[in-house]
Design a protein around this ligand. Structure first.
Ligand code: GDP
Length: 527
């Protein structure tokens, strides 16, 4: 095997998908504990961008230096190098989440055992299904009262439309939680309280039909054996191919807080989840072990470290090897970019990186030239597909409290818009600035960040924009004619693209009818 192929085979790149409060942060910590990235759980302050209250979010964001460390984490586990990508759980951040999920090869779905499948779980699964991403499932909070596990599996199958294959089965819950039974290995993994914050090796009882097992399960024994017969009769056996095809999910039970069961999940990801997969570009499919470097940017984050005004572009490597100091070809601009100082996100620290392979995420310092969706190569003209921008649905006119700061305002809005959660529009006919977002929370976040990071105070005003559409046409003359006629409603977005700001739904419908040669796009992909 070539060096590239060997490195690729070691990589596992995944994200956790869950409804807020199901336990994603707690699991993330336990995973880092396992990867020796931290020594005691509870030491990494989690990024809580998924809290409902804006104030919480902002207070947390103040600890930005920390929050960064949890948006991409790399750690070694067994023979593998794990890349764990954080996905904000709040629905206002769905675009960011969507694009992050384009950069993973598998996902871990976490359910609160007391609640089962929740709205956000469904939405995130829908996104994963677009690429048939393999899903490992973890039912959390077994140290509390949970719903009937059989009912939970039925719910996964019925609501999420994926076959569920239990790998472990819980023995009791809440105060009676005694551990899990491994269905194929015929062993009991014993749960003991008090090990929530450190690495531990669980006691194993090797057969259910043994005195040790009878003693451990005590008066739960007979009913558990009965339940197990039912489960084994009714449930699917695990089929790896079906899992890889995104049609079946292996299910594990445990408690993240009690640090129990998370190791089994990570083992499943190492054993079963795919290494970096081939990836479609407009021109061809790129294989991860190819010699030449390729990658795409799925996320941009401004001012991660408030002391250094840095904007980091997160790039997923799709093939080849990154070496410190190498030159990359920025396909959209056609320019060469020397990268002496890409960042990796090893454990809780940002570190300067020497080399990286397909599946890894590297951070590039961005000075405004890199956009979400951009492809980098070693010269080949190539564009990875499937990293869209969505038209925003909410709009506000942005006004300054101090009119002298308009330059800072423009710069701030432009830089924050690069992150993709908001979009900024400059109407052709006025000096207005219009901000568009998918969720209303974004407006508050932008105002707060403008104040903190750019020292600009702004006010929002209502504006009659119903929706935005990116405008394209193969017919240059028609486009010019349209540009003149519709000038009132045209704007240039932060990326320099012509956009139609439709005041009403009816207006958009009529305009589309009147201009059949013009395409009005609700999503835009970079080429
Ligand atoms: P997130 O919103 O998905 O990141 O969820 P968190 O990890 O922050 O967990 C939400 C709440 O559930 C926190 O108060 C956790 O302490 C708690 N929690 C997480 N895992 C468990 C668990 O296994 N058992 C119990 N009892 N509580 C848990």
């Amino acid at each position: 095997m070539s060096n590239n192929a060997a490195e690729v085979a070691k990589r596992r790149t995944f994200a956790i998908i869950s409804h807020p409060d199901a336990g994603k942060t707690t699991i993330t910590e336990r995973l880092l504990l396992m990867g020796q990235a931290i020594n005691v759980a509870g030491t990494v302050k989690a990024r809580k961008s998924d809290r409902h209250a804006t104030s919480d979010w902002m207070a947390m964001e103040k600890q930005r230096g920390i929050s960064v460390s949890t948006s991409v984490m790399q750690f070694p586990y067994r023979e593998c190098m794990i890349n764990l990508l954080d996905t904000p759980g709040h629905e206002d951040f769905s675009e960011d989440t969507y694009r992050t999920l384009t950069a993973v090869d598998s996902a871990l779905m976490v359910l609160d055992g007391g609640k089962g499948v929740e709205p956000r779980t469904i939405a995130l699964m829908d996104v994963c299904r677009l690429r048939d991403t393999p899903i490992v499932s973890f039912v959390n909070k077994l140290d509390r009262d949970i719903r009937d596990p059989i009912e939970l599996l039925d719910e996964i199958e019925a609501v999420l439309n994926i076959k569920a294959a239990p790998i472990t089965w819980p023995i009791g819950c809440y105060r009676d939680f005694k551990g899990v039974y491994h269905l194929t290995r015929d062993e009991i993994i014993v749960y003991e309280t008090g090990h929530g914050h450190e690495r531990t090796v669980s006691r194993i009882i090797s057969k259910l039909d043994s005195d040790e097992a009878r003693e451990h399960l005590d008066d739960l024994y007979d009913s558990f054996v009965e339940e197990l017969e039912l489960v084994q009769g009714a449930c699917h056996d695990f089929d790896r191919q079906a899992f890889l095809d995104g049609k079946m999910t292996p299910v594990f039970f445990g408690t993240a807080l009690g640090n129990f069961g998370v190791d089994q999940v990570l083992d499943a990801i190492v054993d079963w989840a795919p290494p970096p997969l081939p990836r479609a570009a407009n021109e061809r499919t790129v294989l991860p072990a190819e010699d030449a470097f390729t990658g795409f940017v799925f996320k941009i984050q401004a001012n991660m470290d408030p002391k250094h005004r840095d904007r980091i572009a997160f790039m997923r490597i799709c093939s080849g090897q990154y070496e410190k100091g190498m030159k990359l070809h920025h396909v959209r601009t056609g320019k060469e970019l020397r990268v002496p100082d890409a960042l990796t996100f090893f454990a809780a620290e940002r570190e300067h990186l020497e080399e990286a392979w397909a599946g890894d995420i590297i951070g590039l310092h961005n000075h405004g030239t890199i956009q979400i969706g951009d492809t980098f190569s070693q010269g080949e003209s190539l564009g990875f597909t499937g990293i869209p921008h969505f038209a925003p649905e909410l709009f506000r006119r942005v006004r300054l409290k101090d009119p002298l700061k308009s330059k800072q305002l423009r710069q701030g809005l432009q830089e924050l818009a690069e992150e993709g959660a908001t979009q900024v529009f400059f109407p052709e006919r006025s000096n207005d600035i219009i901000l568009g977002a998918v969720g209303v929370l974004q407006f508050d976040v932008v105002a707060s960040r403008l104040k903190e990071e750019y020292k600009v105070e702004c006010i929002y005003e209502p504006v009659t924009v119903w929706s935005a559409r990116w405008v394209e046409s193969d017919n240059k003359k028609k486009l010019e004619e349209f540009s003149n006629k519709a000038m009132e409603n045209l704007a240039i977005d932060g990326g320099g693209h012509l956009t139609y700001l439709a005041p009403t739904r009816v207006n958009l419908g009529l305009t589309e009818e009147r201009w059949p040669d013009i395409r009005f796009l609700a999503t835009r992909e970079h080429h």
